[in-house]
Design a protein around this ligand. Structure first.
Ligand SMILES: *Cc1c(COP(=O)(O)O)cnc(C)c1O
Length: 453
């Protein structure tokens, strides 16, 4: 057994194909439905929004999909990412478990999001797209896509949730530095934005509203496409480089995980770290437990309903089969902005429905406690989103200690928290609170959905 603290792969051992879990799922995800006709959407209906190659990936059931060489080349700017053994954290917990983490914070944007930003910009460039619109919450997705679009000569407009636009100016500045145009949403640039502002002039915005604005602008212009940073099948697909690398790195360490954990917003980094290990469960008889870590204030997996729902507030997107709290649900303003999304991707939702994965929710104070312990033991300051995965890893490591068992735990460190230090500051000054949603609030929000399932 290796005693290394960090396991690196060489560039020549990087994956050359993405893994498409749909090929191995016992029950395939249900199809997306047209928002008006409620019939399964055709590839043609998606063509105004996405390049054809991404639409093909969205509906593909091929097990492996080649990563274009130009994309592999750009990945090499920061990939392969290191896999660490968290010896100091293990020691602090006194656990009998081994804790490994995959460090996706080393990318240019400081998170896993560039893994899909690069291929999305690439396929758009190949098909002649000149402009892309997108939305961003705290700004992680917008900054990942800004660099990627700039590299391929595509002009990018980012609708940034208004409250974050003013509270998190640094991410806006990152996007501007990489060449993107950033607009506070809701804005006067779109009908959706004008409608929301007419009713609520002081609206702080939400991801659902920003998606409506970005989608509307792309629908209305033939030269403009739209890009999404999570939820969709092709996004989850691109993120599987995380787990594929981890699998090889753990092989070098001589280990295989008993438990794999990822934090959960729309499901992309969770899918990235876990799908290659679920493949082991589906095709090689492995029995790895896979756990999604979500915030207690936005608990779609643990307390939501499996339903067809929209991805945005205005109902412009196709209806997706998902665990949801309802597209009008507005979660509390926790610091893990990337996890404040009402729904979940349809692949991950199907896996949860079939009991092939698990979910746990974590309250905000427990996540910061875990994040600070991680920072003080391993040195890296985690993003508020990533602290959810750390908190669940700590729960499982303490459980192993109680049982005296020697579990191998792997979690994904989805990003660093350098631009989120105000959140840590609030935690230290005692100004952070736990929020939990009541059953009545969830019921009320879900009652607004058309019941299709
Ligand atoms: C966006 C983001 C998330 C949540 O999104 P997923 O698609 O669920 O992965 C988690 N962590 C970080 C650092 C993010 O930027």
């Amino acid at each position: 057994m290796s005693k290394e603290k960090k396991i690196y792969l060489s560039e020549k051992d990087m994956p050359t194909q993405w893994y498409n879990i749909v090929a191995d799922m016992p029950n395939k995800p249900l199809p997306p439905l047209h928002p008006v006709t409620k019939q399964p959407v055709t590839a043609d209906a998606l063509a105004p929004l996405f390049p054809m190659e991404l639409i093909k990936q969205e509906v593909s059931s091929d097990r492996w999909i080649d990563i274009p060489e130009e994309v592999q080349d750009l990945y090499k700017i920061w990939r392969p990412t290191p896999l660490h053994r968290a010896y100091n954290l293990e020691k602090a917990l006194g656990t009998t478990a081994k804790i490994y983490y995959k460090n996706e914070s080393v990318s240019y944007a400081g998170s896993h999001k560039p893994n899909t930003a690069i291929p999305q910009a690439y396929y758009n460039y190949k098909e002649g797209t000149k402009h892309i619109t997108t939305e961003t919450g705290a700004g992680q997705w917008g900054s990942a896509l800004s660099y990627a679009c700039n590299h391929f000569g595509i002009d990018l407009k980012v609708f940034m949730v208004k409250v974050s636009y003013f509270q998190k100016p640094y991410r806006k500045m990152l996007m501007n530095t990489w060449g993107a145009d950033v607009i506070a949403s809701p804005s006067h640039l779109t009908e959706a934005g004008r409608k929301i502002l007419a009713e609520h002039p002081d609206s702080p915005g939400s991801l659902g509203m920003a998606i409506s604005e970005a989608v509307e602008m792309a629908m209305k212009d033939d030269n403009t496409k739209y890009a999404l940073g999570s939820v969709l099948n092709h996004v989850l697909l691109h993120q599987t480089v995380i787990g594929l690398e981890s699998l090889k790195q753990l092989e070098i360490a001589g280990d295989y995980p008993d438990i794999v954990i990822g934090c959960f917003g729309g499901g992309s980094n969770f899918a990235g770290i876990s799908f290659p290990f679920l493949k082991g469960n589906f095709t090689e008889g492995k029995q790895t437990r896979v756990i999604a870590a979500e915030p207690a204030s936005c608990p779609k997996l643990t307390r939501g309903q499996f339903q067809y729902d929209f991805g945005d507030t205005e109902g412009f997107t196709p209806l997706l089969p998902m665990y949801t709290l309802g597209h009008n649900f507005v979660p509390d303003n926790i610091h893990a902005g990337g996890l404040r999304y009402h729904g979940a991707g349809s692949i991950v939702s199907q896996l949860l429905k079939d009991n092939l994965i698990e979910a746990q929710s974590v309250k905000q104070l427990e996540t910061f406690e875990a994040g600070v312990l991680f920072a003080r033991t391993e040195g890296i300051i985690p993003a508020p989103e990533s602290t959810h995965a750390i908190a669940v890893a700590i729960r499982e490591a303490l459980k192993a200690k109680e049982e005296g068992s020697s579990k191998n735990i792997l979690f994904n460190l989805s990003g660093h928290g350098f631009i989120d230090m105000a959140a840590y500051d609030q935690y230290f000054s005692g100004n952070l609170q736990d929020h939990e949603v009541t059953d009545a609030e969830i019921k009320e929000s879900l009652s607004q959905l058309d019941k299709i399932l």
